[in-house]
Design a protein around this ligand. Structure first.
Ligand code: FE2
Length: 218
């Protein structure tokens, strides 16, 4: 086989048209690379997290959670996950999970003095799985006791109680309860601190907020 045939098979014909084609490919690849980078930057921008404003005052959860506890937990700790994630400091998965879980936690509560009727779809789910709120509370307590170290106990949209370690966000989290020690400092050093804290927090749940999550679930 002669050299010209080999060049032909390799796509090398030596004419200037091919050089133009090669340059176009390089330009095309560079353009695509720029587009991919733009997409990545857009995604990162979209994935920025925010600290959602508390829908009540810092002292509204008393006597279940003290003003001091909520102030530190929300303004310092919850805010810290958001800030570190957005500033790309530390472990992004940990901080992203911390930001998302805490937002869900704070937004699902209502002032201690306000009543919240259990109705809508979540009422049916709770009745079917736990009979009533007392049953739900007992299931949450039972699961929370299995957490080794720090983590969260949560209910899914279908009424399953699960736990997740540290700040590991899970896609099936509907109603998370923070089980890090910083959450229940108001109840320490009582031996049943976790039990009293969970009982109190369940009493603060805004069931309308939970129903809105259920209805938005896809
Ligand atoms: Fe927390």
């Amino acid at each position: 086989m002669d050299i010209e045939r080999l060049k032909q098979l390799a796509g090398i014909t030596g004419n200037t048209n091919n050089l133009i084609t090669m340059k176009s490919v390089e330009q095309e690849m560079a353009e695509r690379q720029r587009e991919r980078m733009k997409n990545v930057m857009r995604e990162e921008e979209a994935e920025r997290v925010t600290l959602e404003p508390l829908p009540y005052s810092l002292d509204a959860l008393q006597p279940v959670l003290s003003k001091e506890n909520v102030d530190y937990h929300y303004n310092v700790l919850s805010n810290g996950y958001v800030t570190r994630y957005n500033n790309k400091e530390g472990d992004p998965k940990f901080n992203y999970g911390g930001a998302k879980l805490h937002n869900l936690f704070w937004q699902q509560l209502k002032p201690a003095k306000e009543k919240s009727e259990l109705d809508g779809p979540i009422a049916q789910t709770i009745e079917a799985n736990f009979k009533d709120i007392k049953g739900l509370t007992e299931a949450l307590i039972e699961q929370a006791k299995t957490i080794q170290g720090s983590g969260w106990v949560y209910m899914t949209a279908t009424g399953t109680i699960k736990t997740t370690p540290n700040q590991s966000f899970q896609p099936d989290v509907l109603m998370p309860i923070d089980m890090w020690e910083h959450s229940f400092t108001d109840y320490i050093p009582a031996a049943d601190a976790k039990v009293k804290y969970i009982e109190g927090v369940v009493g603060l749940i805004n069931w309308d907020a939970i129903n809105r999550r259920v209805e938005a679930w896809d």
